[in-house]
Design a protein around this ligand. Structure first.
Ligand code: SF4
Length: 332
């Protein structure tokens, strides 16, 4: 592949704004061109996401059905047994996944037995030859080091939204808390997976600001999940309008152009997109999806593995074998 675009982390707000507001066809064309310089456009990374501890979270993220304070239909589930998690990982590998992400609905990691168990899970999944990712909430530097030593490849910690809009969505932690954890992960030598969600009621300016924060980090996140709000009944955002697919395409294309080497993950919201709409997202530079045997993405509906494999075949795409140099995951 011919790498013509340079990796930059000195993007200005005006530059990102200009890209984001390009006429859509022009934007997609540019993004598709950059995508071809840095990635094999026929490959899509398949990542399986498993909720290892569900619901009962003390945080108040207004989009999330797992927050204990909202009255949702989510079934609370304690930390899964290690063997169960390893079995899920084995099945995910057999189904074509090269990456396995374990998510726990915690505010932060505590140094207790549960964390010891997560460490065992990381070791077990790593031994299967899968890229292991976790999303467990806030992490200290020491905890990040323990995860790295256990073989953790990536840590997901989304920005969620812009710094300016953050307190409208979450009041129990700050944007700076997010950045701190991302820094701790990076210091430990774990790759960073960080993106956000659209459809929270944010403006275009907020979306541009979030992309700018990611694209001006000292090193771009290896993986950037772009999520459309999955509206969960009982959460404060349950009645927000559905995110238009072209809005997702615009976000993905902008992220692809300003962070050319990153894996851009088309994450939550796929259930509401048909194959044609998802094809536009791939054309705009998305090169990863989440799938799962349970047909859920954590606690919201998601297409199943066989449906996804059929879609890739229909589009002439194939699962990426292993994404070790670049990479992962959505949620927290
Ligand atoms: S997004 Fe994560 S931190 Fe926020 S309420 Fe849900 S599980 Fe908790």
């Amino acid at each position: 592949m011919n790498k013509k675009t340079e990796l930059r982390n000195d993007w200005t707000k005006e530059e990102v704004e200009a890209i984001y507001h390009l006429p859509l066809m022009e934007l997609i064309y540019k993004a598709a061109s950059v995508h071809r310089e840095w990635h094999d456009p026929s490959e899509v990374q398949i990542c399986t996401l498993l909720s290892i501890k569900t619901g009962g979270c003390p945080e108040d993220c207004s989009y999330c059905g797992q927050a204990a304070r909202y009255h949702t239909n989510i079934k609370v589930q304690a930390l899964l047994p290690t063997e169960t998690v390893i079995e899920h990982a084995r099945k995910a590998k057999e189904s074509g996944s090269s990456r396995f992400c374990m998510a726990a609905a915690w505010r932060e990691v505590r140094d207790n037995r549960d964390f010891d168990r997560v460490i065992d899970m990381v070791k077990g999944v790593n031994e299967l030859g899968l890229e292991v990712c976790c999303t467990l909430g806030m992490l200290t530097e020491e905890q990040a080091e323990r995860l790295q030593e256990a073989g953790l490849h990536a840590y997901n910690h989304n920005l969620d939204t812009s710094e300016q809009y953050y307190e409208e969505i979450i009041s129990t932690r700050t944007f700076d808390n997010r950045i701190n954890t991302i820094n701790n992960v990076r210091k430990a030598g774990i790759t960073v997976c960080s993106g956000g969600i659209i459809g929270l009621g944010e403006t275009h300016r907020d979306r541009i600001s979030m992309i700018l924060t990611l694209a001006t980090m000292p090193k771009h996140p290896d993986s950037v999940p772009v999520n459309a709000l999955a509206r969960v009944a009982g959460t404060p955002l349950e009645n927000n309008p559905k995110v238009d697919t072209w809005e997702m395409v615009r976000m993905i294309a902008t992220a692809r152009i300003v962070m050319p080497a990153s894996v851009i993950r088309l994450s939550a919201g796929r259930i509401e997109m048909d194959e044609t709409e998802q094809a536009w997202c791939f054309m705009a530079g998305a090169n990863s999806i989440f799938t799962g045997e349970r047909e859920t993405l954590l606690v919201t509906p998601n297409p199943g593995v066989s449906e996804d494999m059929q879609m890739l075949t229909n589009l002439g795409l194939k699962p990426m074998i292993k994404e070790s140099a670049k990479t992962t995951c959505t949620t927290h």
